[in-house]
Ligand binder design. Structure first.
Ligand SMILES: N[C@@H](CCC(=O)N[C@@H](CS)C(=O)NCC(=O)O)C(=O)O
Length: 219
C-alpha cells in the first residue's frame, strides 16, 4: 500500500479532521505541509487538485479528493479492513445509515457553521490584524447553546450520535470541539451551564481524550 499523502496544514481544523480519521483507521499517511502564509493553496498546481483553493486534499496514489468529510468517507469506503468501520455497513440497513446521515448532517449544518463563525471572530480576524466583533459572537453563542439540548436528548439515549458505536459523525466534531477552551466557550466547562447537558459534556470529554485527538491536536 502506497502511503497516502494529505496536503494541508497541522493548524487547519479541516486538515486535522482528516488526520484524526486516518489515525482512527490506523492508515499510514504523510502530511505534506502547505505553505499557508505563501498561499500555496491558491496556486495553479493546488487548484488542479482542489478547485476551490482550500486545504486539505488527499492524494491516494494519484487519486485526489478534497473536502475533509468527503475524504473521511472515501477512507472508510476504500479501506474497510483497516480499523473500526466508522460508518454503518450496507448490511446494517437503511435505518442505521439514516441514523448516521442525520448525525453527520447535524455536525455539518448546525455545529460547524456556528463554531466557524465564532472562531472567525475570535481567532482569524485578530490573526489577520483585525478586531473581534463581540456583537457578532454573542448571537452565535446563544444559538449554539440553544442546540445543545438537542444533542443532550440524543446522547441521553445512545452513547454516540448515531448509536452506541462511534462513527464519523462524532469524530467530525473533534477539531472544533478542541477550540472550546481556547475560544473561551464555557458551555461545557462552566458548572451551571454544564449541568444542563451532562451527557454532552461526557461525550465531548471522551472524544477529546481519544488518542487520535491527542495525536493530531495543534502543538
Ligand atoms: N469544507 C472544507 C473547508 C476547507 C477550509 O476552509 N480550509 C481552510 C483551512 S481550515 C482553508 O483552506 N483556508 C484557506 C485560507 O485560509 O486562505 C473542508 O471541510 O475541507
Amino acid at each position: 500500500m502506497t502511503t497516502l499523502k494529505v496536503h494541508g496544514h497541522p493548524r487547519s481544523s479541516n486538515t486535522r479532521r482528516v488526520l484524526l480519521v486516518l489515525k482512527e483507521k490506523e492508515i499510514p499517511y504523510e502530511l505534506i505541509q502547505s505553505e499557508w502564509s505563501a498561499a500555496e493553496h491558491t496556486e495553479p498546481a493546488w487548484l488542479e487538485a482542489h478547485p476551490f483553493g482550500l486545504m486539505p486534499y488527499l492524494d491516494d496514489n494519484g487519486f485526489k479528493v478534497f473536502e475533509s468529510r468527503a475524504i473521511a468517507r472515501y477512507l472508510v469506503a476504500a479501506y474497510p479492513a483497516k480499523g473500526p468501520a466508522l460508518v454503518p455497513a450496507a448490511s446494517a440497513g437503511a435505518k442505521a445509515l439514516a441514523a448516521f446521515e442525520q448525525a453527520a448532517a447535524v455536525e455539518a449544518s448546525t455545529f460547524n457553521p456556528l463554531l466557524e463563525g465564532i472562531l472567525h471572530e475570535r481567532f482569524v480576524k485578530p490573526f489577520q490584524g483585525g478586531t473581534t466583533d463581540e456583537t457578532v459572537v454573542a448571537p452565535l453563542i446563544t444559538l449554539l447553546e440553544e442546540k445543545l439540548p438537542g444533542y443532550e436528548r440524543i446522547l441521553s439515549k445512545t452513547k454516540y450520535l448515531a448509536g452506541d458505536e462511534i462513527t464519523l459523525a462524532d469524530l467530525f466534531h473533534i477539531p472544533l470541539l478542541n477550540f472550546f477552551v481556547p475560544a473561551r466557550l464555557d458551555m461545557l466547562t462552566n458548572e451551571d451551564k454544564a449541568k444542563k447537558w451532562p451527557h454532552v459534556v461526557k461525550w465531548a470529554e471522551e472524544l477529546l481524550a481519544r488518542e487520535s485527538t491527542k495525536a493530531t491536536a495543534v502543538q
